[in-house]
Design a protein. Structure first.
Length: 173
């Protein structure tokens, strides 16, 4: 049975255990490699980000072009490990949810346990199916990056599995 999770409910996120199947609803922001590099450059310069990192929910995805009549194109997860160098710092700054695919580093696992962040795994190869859970989408930062721009998505009943819970337990052991 999948648990319906409101991403704005910290108690619900905290109660999840590694391996729980979930249907996620709320706001997430897409960000992949190029966006993370720009985010870090801004943080290193002391610049304000174009979104609030506190309680930030990120989906490691770069959607394809949007077909007519749809909210968004195919939006499958990218390999999360590519963001592992950035993630512990972002978690320490308030990022609470990550969605992607694949195993994470020990540093990310420890940061999740220390700060209560949760990593969800979405199924790779199902981007067209996952796009049906996106209610709205808008570019909010770095439009020059095209599909890798940061987009604000509202999702409803997005299917995922808890890969690392808020206590740092993981399905990858």
């Amino acid at each position: 049975m999948k648990k319906k999770i409101d991403l704005t409910d910290p108690k619900a996120l905290r109660a999840l255990k590694a391996g729980d199947g979930c249907l996620l609803s709320g706001v997430v922001y897409t960000a992949r490699d190029a966006a993370h590099k720009k985010i870090f450059a801004m943080l290193d310069k002391g610049e304000d980000l174009p979104f609030d990192i506190k309680d930030f929910n990120v989906y490691y995805a770069g959607p394809s072009d949007c077909p007519p009549g749809r909210v968004i194109g195919s939006i499958g997860p990218t390999t999360s490990a590519r963001m592992d160098a950035f993630t512990p710092r972002l978690i320490a700054l308030g990022q609470r949810v990550m969605i992607g695919k694949g195993e994470r580093s020990e540093e990310v696992r420890k940061a999740c346990g220390k700060y209560g962040a949760v990593y969800f795994c979405a199924t790779g190869g199902c981007g067209a199916l996952l796009s049906a859970s996106v209610v709205s989408a808008e570019v909010v930062a770095f439009p020059e990056l095209g599909c890798e721009s940061v987009k604000r998505l509202v999702i409803k009943d997005f299917p995922a599995v808890v890969g690392i819970d808020a206590d740092g337990n993981t399905i990858f052991r």
